[in-house]
Design a protein around this ligand. Sequence first.
Ligand code: ZN
Ligand code: MN
Length: 147
Amino acid sequence: MMEEILTQLRENGCRITPQRREILNILFASKQHPKAEDIYEALRHKMPDTSLATVYNTLNRLKELGLVDVLDTFGEESARFDPITAAHDHLYCLGCGRIFDIEPHQHEPLAQSQHAGFQIVREQTTYYGYCLECQGESGDEPPTILP
Ligand code: ZN
Ligand code: MN
């Protein structure tokens, strides 16, 4: 996975510096859909002479090459990056900002005729709400859903 990404970057004229390699390590190990700033924070501890601009540049390059996804977020200023480009949906917690991966929602494909011939190339659903921890005091039982 990582090697594939590195190969693609190299083939597209991107020099693989130790910083770039570490940025990829952090991003691809993360399940948090990190912001550029989060990656920078993690990187700074290991490589104090790295700049936020390097992180941005690397992420933009990955985005251009389609090797990472950029998520729609709810009023957040910074983009959230997703190392998983295969189809999946998200649960976005409005309390803590965590984004969880879930299986893609199954439904009938939209008929093109209903949308004036619009050609759909990608679909992704994000559900906004509150995670268990944000629904009350920590340790509270989740709300009971009656049948
Ligand atoms: Zn939460
Ligand atoms: Mn995801």
